[in-house]
Design a protein around this ligand. Structure first.
Ligand code: HEC
Ligand code: HEC
Length: 216
């Protein structure tokens, strides 16, 4: 159901009357705004997202690249506020402003509804790389990464490095170098053998998995 009668409560007037200084956002959390921000139509949001947003934020709201924030599973009201702020210029970003400046508030609420209900990128045991890290893949004779790099990915046995906290892009490059043999300084070919069996998607998933581990 569309709430066409709800007045657009995201206006400067209310705030300007109470605060002398310029407000940091034009979104004031009145009960109406709060309700409006949660009234979006996710199906319509998806249509706009496919045309305008997927290009950078990825089809599921989780971007392949490090330049774009993940927005899947984000709080709906937060998303709405950011989009309004980009539109009004309260949060400055040229790329984002260009994408939202011609969208109306209802469309911004629809986009917020769409992204909020998408699953956030899974972490821990749910993450795509977790299986390879902890168990490997016996069918393909792939040893788990943990078997050599240690259960806490801290490294072991003199020459097996810690894997936590490497930038994901660099991690992918390292794995590709082992896979194509351009890095071959691993004694007994232990890493070349491990990398050879992996697909691009698996390497990507592993990179994100390790980049996401807390470094202590
Ligand atoms: C050309 C690439 C590009 C496109 C297309 C794009 N964005 Fe963005 N988006 C960005 C970048 C870059 C940032 C980070 C801005 C910053 O650093 O402040 C961002 C930030 C955001 C944020 C803030 C996330 C946060 O955690 O604070 C939201 C929400 C968002 N975008 C939603 C959208 C939606 C919805 C669309 C489609 C209408 C869209 N974006 C289209 C590049 C893009
Ligand atoms: C049989 C043991 C073994 C297995 C299994 C193994 N590795 Fe390694 N890995 C090594 C060794 C040894 C090195 C260091 C090679 C050298 O001396 O340069 C290494 C190095 C690496 C590096 C380079 C790190 C850096 O800082 O240069 C990455 C990345 C890596 N391994 C990822 C993985 C991943 C991901 C898996 C699981 C798919 C895995 N490894 C499985 C033994 C192993």
């Amino acid at each position: 159901m569309r709430k066409l009668t709800i007045p657009f409560a995201v206006g400067g007037a209310l705030l300007f009357s109470t605060a002398a200084a310029e407000p940091s956002s034009e979104v004031a959390w009145t009960p109406d705004t709060y309700r409006f921000a949660q009234s979006g139509d996710a199906a319509n949001g998806k249509k706009i997202a496919v045309e305008v947003c997927d290009e950078c934020h990825g089809a599921g709201g989780v971007s392949e690249e490090d330049d774009f924030p993940n927005i899947a599973g984000q709080l709906e009201t937060y998303l709405y506020k950011q989009l309004v702020d980009f539109k009004s210029g309260k949060r400055k970003n040229r790329k984002m402003r260009r994408r939202v400046k011609d969208l109306n508030e209802q469309e911004l609420a629809d986009l917020s509804a769409w992204y909020a209900q998408l699953p956030a990128e899974p972490q821990g045991p749910e993450a795509p790389g977790h299986e390879l890290v902890t168990r490997g893949d016996p069918k393909r004779m792939i040893t788990s990464c943990n078997a050599c790099h240690g259960a806490d990915a801290k490294g072991a046995d003199l020459d097996v490095p810690m894997l936590k906290g490497q930038p994901a892009d660099l991690f992918v490059e390292m794995m590709e170098n082992f896979r194509d043999g351009s890095r071959a300084n691993d004694v007994y070919g232990r890493m070349r053998q491990a990398a050879e069996a992996l697909s691009d998607e698996e390497i990507e998933a592993l990179a994100r998995y390790y980049a996401g581990l807390p470094v202590q």
